[in-house]
Design a binder for this molecule. Structure first.
Ligand SMILES: [Cu+2]
Ligand SMILES: [Zn+2]
Length: 182
């Protein structure tokens, strides 16, 4: 990996005033990435928090989410297009991640946004856990979720309303970052 980075740096011949510690091109970086995660923090007035992990597996990317502080029942669960959770209401994360310009849909629908994960379903204690393998998301290319954001909504995603399933306010937000050492 270090050798590849050095070769890339030589080939791109940075100008003398460019730091030699500049990160390698995203394609080189992504090739080594096997795992990523998002720490979900509550938006203003919300108690929803948790963690989502993404791990490359043989047939796709495994998504494991553990979220607390929810009202019982389903909550829209998506990757949004901007890795920016700075707004108090989570609006800075933008729309659903939709690199192919497809309609909103369910996780397993033929047509969906790459960022559409359907719903997280919370139990009576307000805790939700899901574990699935998805073939639409990636760690490289157009469908790369790295640097995007995970949003959990206050309301259910109805899986049909355009453009976002009418899932209501954003209850938690977390930026998807590569996990070092994987
Ligand atoms: Cu959303
Ligand atoms: Zn969507």
């Amino acid at each position: 990996m270090l050798l590849l980075i050095n070769l890339t740096a030589c080939q791109t011949r940075p100008a003398p005033n460019v730091s030699v510690t500049a990160p390698p091109s995203s394609s080189v970086l992504a090739a080594g990435i096997r795992a990523a995660s998002a720490q979900l923090n509550p938006t203003q007035g919300s108690t929803v928090r948790g963690k989502v992990s993404f791990t490359r597996v043989e047939n796709g990317i495994r998504v494991v989410a553990d979220v607390t502080g929810l009202t019982p029942g389903p909550h829209g669960f998506h990757v949004h297009e901007k890795g920016d959770c700075s707004a108090a209401d989570g609006s800075s994360a933008g729309a659903h991640f939709n690199p192919y310009g497809t309609p909103h849909g369910d996780l397993h629908a033929d047509q969906r946004h790459v960022g559409d994960f359907g719903n997280l379903v919370a139990d009576n204690s307000g805790t939700a856990h899901v574990d699935f393998v998805d073939v639409r998301i990636a760690f490289e290319g157009l469908a790369s979720i790295l640097g995007k954001a995970v949003i959990v909504h206050a309301n259910p995603d109805d899986l049909v309303s355009q453009p976002a399933g009418n899932a209501g306010p954003r209850a938690a937000c977390g930026v998807i970052e590569p996990v070092p050492g994987h």
